[in-house]
Design a binder for this molecule. Sequence first.
Ligand code: HEC
Ligand code: HEC
Length: 201
Amino acid sequence: MNKCTLIAIIGIALAAGNAHAAGDEKAGEAKAAVCAACHGADGNSTNPDWPKLAGQHPKYLDKQLKDFKAGRRVNPLMGGMVAPLSEADMADIAAFYASKTRSGGFASEQRVALGEKIYRGGNAKSGVPACMACHGPTGAGDPLGGIPSLSGQHAKYVAIQLYAFRDGERGNDPRAMMRDVARWMTKEEIEAVSEYIVGLH
Ligand code: HEC
Ligand code: HEC
């Protein structure tokens, strides 16, 4: 086999692998019908306790579903929801929500200054790193690096997750990346940065 043929075969194999991992949006839409009650028909939930899934990176969504199923992330509402899902179902559902557009939000004025300071610069004194270093200046995250998008997410949901990382109730973050961030945060900082994130876009 010459070099060109080998490269062509590897190329085809990689493309096939990606197509599978990417999931099928259309199939995902039907499979996500049961999720709409909480997450909204287009992935924009209205209850601030429940995360918006619209526009989230498929790789991140897929990982969360697998983590709920394996018990690496624990939530009483989600545990039952993922139990019947196969790996293909999860990939399809992730592709469906990723294709939707996330609704925006407005940060409340009150604590925006402190929130912005933490998001962009962290707190050098207590050791909180800048969120922007990983989640990016607009909160877009990194689709391939497993960093979720935060822009426009409900403040209440974001705060719940930060408390959960801080108190060790959520521990599915690779290399404890988020637990190491949240452990140094005060209640004021958590509430302020969560409110700031709502308005990020
Ligand atoms: C009864 C309400 C409810 C239903 C129905 C529901 N969810 Fe959830 N979902 C939640 C809650 C609450 C959370 C946040 C859990 C936490 O705090 O860790 C969540 C979290 C998630 C997350 C993690 C999002 C993130 O940003 O990390 C994904 C992905 C998800 N749900 C997908 C689904 C899918 C797919 C279905 C349908 C098969 C579904 N959910 C059905 C309530 C629900
Ligand atoms: C070193 C990189 C890094 C830094 C710095 C960082 N994060 Fe994260 N963050 C991550 C990763 C990776 C995840 C996904 C964890 C997983 O796979 O479950 C995440 C997840 C989150 C989540 C959960 C999102 C969801 O949909 O459930 C929130 C909220 C969050 N980060 C907020 C913040 C805030 C606020 C800051 C700054 C105070 C911050 N992060 C700083 C890497 C980082």
